[in-house]
Ligand binder design. Structure first.
Ligand code: ADP
Ligand code: MG
Length: 226
């Protein structure tokens, strides 16, 4: 079943009197439960595409549909509700709260969504357990390695059971082996829970395991395996 439809999307940024065309007439669809890898050189429009899909930035032309609804034709408040309910984000830097423990950081995401504390606690602990951080739950981010911090960020993104996970170079700062470990848990959790995963990465071997590969060059999809 189709979950995301990108329809003739163009995104132009205006910078110092110049137009930067970050995306040019991009169209594709993704099905629920699929894993998609987005590849492409720096500056090719990968992050821009992800923010458009996640309801964070509107296209200059074209439409972004999620579950049949055109995201940027909704009133802002409705879009914010959709975004919080539908999407989980993982970024290159984890943005964890330094003064909170790993467990508290993950629980916080649930509390922001006004979920009951006991339920938050249970799910947060289960997720951290699953990514191999059983013995690190009560450590603060500063006491964790880069890879462990990113695992916490993965748990936080999954905390509220979003249908779609958008990950923008989640392992960009990590060595290859650590990166593979993160991708493994992200992959496995999304598959286990039936979530749609869209991940931007430079790690090409990963792409082989994906259902779809989108390759961007200068704002255009140049290659698509599906
Ligand atoms: P990637 O993630 O593939 O490295 P981006 O989507 O970040 O590429 O950027 C695509 C192009 O759009 C680049 O030329 C970049 O400089 C430009 N760009 C991205 N965001 C902005 C912005 N907020 N303002 C101006 N230009 C931007
Ligand atoms: Mg980027």
């Amino acid at each position: 079943m189709e979950i995301i439809r990108i329809e003739k999307v163009t995104k132009v940024f205006h910078m110092d009197g110049e137009d930067v065309r970050a995306l040019r007439d991009v169209s594709f669809t993704l099905d629920a439960g699929d894993i998609t890898v987005i590849l492409g050189p720096s500056g090719s429009g990968k992050s821009t595409l992800l923010t458009l899909m996640g309801g964070l930035s509107s296209p200059s032309e074209g439409r972004v549909l999620c579950k049949g609804k055109s995201l940027y034709d909704m009133p802002g408040e409705e879009l914010a509700l959709w975004r919080n309910k539908l999407f989980g984000f993982v970024f290159q830097s984890h943005h964890l709260m330094p003064e909170l423990t790993a467990l508290e950081n993950v629980i916080l995401a649930g509390q922001i969504a006004r979920r009951e504390f006991g339920i938050c606690q249970e799910r947060a602990a289960a997720l951290l357990y699953h990514v191999g951080l059983k013995d690190r739950m009560n450590h603060k981010p500063g006491e964790l390695s880069g890879g462990e911090q990113q695992r916490v960020a993965v748990c936080r993104a999954l905390m509220n059971e979003p249908e779609i996970i958008l990950a923008d170079e989640p392992t960009g700062n990590l060595d290859v082996k650590t990166a593979e470990g993160i991708h493994d848990v992200l992959w496995e959790l999304c598959q286990k829970e039936g979530r749609t995963l869209i991940v931007v990465t430079h790690h090409e071997p990963l792409a082989k395991r994906a259902d779809h590969i989108l390759t961007l060059h200068a704002g255009q999809v140049t290659k698509k395996k599906s």
